[in-house]
Unconditional design. Sequence first.
Length: 155
Amino acid sequence: MPSCFFIGHREASALILPYIKSAVEKLIQEEKVRDFYVGGYGNFDRLSGEAVLQLKKHFSAIRLYRVLPYHPADHRKETPDGFDGTYYPDGMEYVPRQYAISRANRAMIDQSTFLISYVWHPASNAGKLLDYARTREKKGLIRIINLSDMEGAPK
């Protein structure tokens, strides 16, 4: 079943919300994506979760999961209101703590069908992850929607 993950800059403006929502709605309607995974460490993550939560009111079959970079036994995180659960990627228990967030993001890129990104400056962790996703896209393993490439998108 197709799934979608989100990567973007933590300082993303709320002005990007309608772009996220439009991209998510298109994936739901045209690609039959039902499972959405979002991190919890920046404004783009927050806005992505908000967009999916808004669309859940109209598309009851979609599910939203919070990706956990740290083992749930060591770092308790409650499931946010409206989310369908949390997800801890396989193998993360062996990753050193200082690399956990970037490794969890990479693991999600490896297992997702779609990536909605909001990356406009490449000298960042989000930029490095988008570059990694692009190598997978060239192999036909993921499809990327970079919102910062859309006409009129705020930066």
